[in-house]
Design a protein around this ligand. Structure first.
Ligand code: ADP
Ligand code: MG
Length: 255
């Protein structure tokens, strides 16, 4: 892995039309930290992840990803957007794994994993194919490189998606409800791959309803509601001893 792997947000705001979806959100995630984000549907979790990997720009506040050069936005002044080329380069350093896998349906598993390095980084094809094979093996799919997504189970597709993310050698991977679309018996195999990744020092931000994973793997936990970070702290501490009534109410529902 390369440098940094930190995320820092200070008072970031994001609105869609009249609706403010992120309301002065603060965030501090250290290199190698595993942070789980929980909260009800519509609370802004996906939007926060999309801001962190540059799929959305924040309206105001400061957002630093992988050091201080991801983006810098100031209230009261026009923000200093990154030049498109720099943004594209920064985005390669932040992987994202989606609920719906988002694999390219017309490409094999191997080609999905190679696509980023070859198309974005202009990496050598043979070298990338070799790396793809190693990554597929590391997620338990060494024998599935020639399969198309439709020929794979949901759990297998999601593991390919994780391998595809890793192929770009990111410092940070964001997971947006990575197991929510899976049949219950497939959840464990994806969480297993994520646990292995966590041990390797990857910075991971995981939006999830899997409280067992949060308790076992996460360092920190954030509870969001209506665009606010209501509570954040040590994962096990928040889960066993939530301070805010809204966190307590949410946890009573999901646990
Ligand atoms: P969560 O992931 O916690 O369910 P989201 O971040 O997806 O929440 O959404 C937060 C709110 O922002 C929701 O009310 C959603 O409808 C709204 N929203 C998200 N993306 C857009 C968009 N591109 N345009 C308009 N509204 C959006
Ligand atoms: Mg979401």
């Amino acid at each position: 892995m390369n440098a940094d792997g930190t995320i820092f947000a200070r008072k970031i705001r994001k609105s869609f039309g009249p609706k403010t979806v992120l309301k002065d959100v603060d965030l501090e995630i250290a290199s190698g930290e595993i942070c789980c984000i929980i909260g009800p549907s519509g609370s802004g979790k996906s939007t926060l992840l999309r801001c962190i990997n540059g799929l959305e720009t924040v309206d105001s506040g400061i957002l630093k990803v992988n050091g201080d050069d991801f983006g810098y936005y100031e209230t009261d002044t026009a923000y200093h957007a990154l030049p498109p080329k720099k943004l594209a380069q920064q985005r390669t350093r932040v992987g994202m794994v989606f609920q719906q896998f988002n694999l390219f349906p017309n490409m094999t598993a191997r080609d999905n994993v190679m696509a980023g390095p070859v198309l974005v980084k202009r990496a050598d094809k043979r070298q990338s194919a070799k790396q793809a094979q190693e990554l597929l093996t590391s997620v338990g799919l060494g024998a599935f490189g020639d399969r198309y997504p439709a020929e794979l189970s949901g759990g297998q597709q999601q593991r390919v998606a994780i391998a595809r993310s890793l192929a770009m050698d990111p410092e940070i991977i964001l997971f947006d409800e990575p197991t929510s679309a899976l049949d219950p018996e497939k959840v464990g195999e994806v969480l297993g791959v994520m646990k292995e990744l966590a041990k390797k020092g990857m910075t991971m931000v995981v939006v999830t309803h899997e409280m067992g994973f949060a308790r076992e793997v996460a360092d920190s936990l954030i509870f969001m509601d209506e665009g606010n970070v209501v509570e954040r702290g040590d994962a096990r501490e928040v889960l066993t001893n939530p301070k805010e009534p809204r966190t307590q109410a949410f946890l009573e529902q999901v646990l």
